[in-house]
Design a protein around this ligand. Structure first.
Ligand code: FNR
Ligand code: 8K6
Length: 350
């Protein structure tokens, strides 16, 4: 019934996955206070190495990208060394792992990074995201500073450096976090991008920074090791705007030409319908983008397998069930019952 999940899948000539189940990126806030991955994290990922590919929790590319406590980084030697322990453990267990590269943009909070010497929250435009840092409700989000051209140039360089650091740390590749209302996604939606220069207003302009990041990373580590996560439907940290459709039509057409390892939808429930996309996030992307697509969002192995059979996407990412079941892949393969996920499980790294 879920047999197709256990077929190998070649992303390209460089990387072939043993099966079609990916572990979705899952922020766990368990790095040490220098944002270095711990041995407990290495053990956690190694236990899940039977996934065809693990996407790491989001990893910040530099201090001002941080919006949550104890999220790991990939910009100091100690962080690179810590990740090498993780990637070694996963490889020894027979798995593969990509790093998810993250800058939270206006969802960052200086509480986490002001000791690095800046308290500027950077975003395309000076439009604050509503609300406050989860579980740290006293930290309200700030009105960000609209990034200057020099700051954009530096951000692109820092994404490239973080990708090179990921390869140095032993990752098999990177997934650029372009989803869920964080920095890259903030350029792609009218709700957060009101710029009047060459990074705003038109689809070509709004896609300029995201494409520059993709191109910089491909130039550093190769397009065969570069993937991207996108949220064409606004649902998290983002207001909806019908004009976003044209931005994503253009952006996805440009990505089509770049031969990335895969494109991954960023969504919590792929049953959500978006009027301006004419359906779900995955059905929209599938209709305008023909290359390898990873679906995600409240799927079970059974519903995900059926979606692959129906050609809705090629690979299935599993998030919360993988928190509840380190041996998720083995359980599905053997037809064993799964433990249900609950939010209390987030407090420990099992
Ligand atoms: C997430 N998700 C997420 N997404 C992402 O791109 N980077 C991340 O670091 C995180 N972190 C994260 C933490 C936690 C606790 C949850 C529950 C989710 C979203 C995740 O990758 C996935 O898209 C959703 O969880 C939907 O898939 P499932 O859980 O329904 O299989
Ligand atoms: C990416 C880092 C965030 C870490 C915490 C994530 C916690 C998950 C909480 C779920 C929030 C879901 C928002 C989705 C809205 C769905 C709209 C119906």
């Amino acid at each position: 019934m879920t047999d197709n999940l256990f077929q190998p899948f070649a992303l390209n000539e460089t990387i072939t996955l043993d099966n079609r189940i990916l572990m979705a990126p899952l922020t766990r806030c368990m790095a040490d206070d220098e944002l270095v991955p711990t041995q407990a994290m290495a053990d956690y990922y190694a236990r899940r190495a039977e996934a065809g590919l693990i996407i790491s929790e989001a990893v910040i590319i530099r201090p001002d990208g941080q919006g949550y406590p104890n999220t790991p980084g990939l910009f100091t030697a100690a962080q690179i060394d810590g990740w090498r322990t993780v990637t070694d453990a996963v490889h020894q267990a027979g798995g593969k792992i990509f790093a998810q590269l993250w800058h939270t943009g206006r969802v960052a909070h200086p509480y986490f990074f002001e000791k690095s010497g800046t308290s500027d929250v950077l975003a395309p435009s000076a439009i604050a995201v509503e609300g406050s840092v989860p579980r740290m409700r006293e930290l309200s989000y700030q009105v960000p500073k609209a990034v200057s051209h020099d700051e954009i140039t530096q951000l692109i360089a820092d994404y490239g450096q973080a990708a090179a650091n990921a390869i140095d740390a032993g990752f098999d590749g990177v997934e650029i976090h372009g989803a869920n209302g964080y920095l890259i996604d903030q350029f792609l939606h009218h709700g957060s991008n009101h710029r009047s220069d060459e990074y705003g207003q038109s689809p070509e302009n709004m896609a300029r920074f995201p494409l520059a990041v993709v191109d910089a990373i491909c130039a550093r580590i190769g397009n065969d090791r570069t993937a991207l996560r996108v949220s064409p439907g606004a649902y998290f940290n983002m207001a909806s705007d019908d004009r976003d459709r044209a931005v994503f039509d253009y952006f996805l057409a440009e990505l089509e030409q770049r031969d990335l390892a895969f494109l991954h939808i960023g969504i919590f429930d792929d049953a959500m319908q978006f009027d301006y996309l004419g359906g779900s996030a995955s059905s929209y992307v599938r209709s305008v983008y023909s290359k390898t697509l990873v679906g995600v969002g409240s799927y079970s192995a059974e519903t995900g397998s059926a979606a692959i059979s129906n050609n809705q996407f090629d690979l299935l990412a599993i998030g919360r069930p993988f928190i509840a079941n380190p041996d998720y892949v083995a359980k599905v393969r053997q037809g064993n019952e799964l433990v249900s996920y609950s939010d209390e499980m987030l407090t420990s790294l099992v």
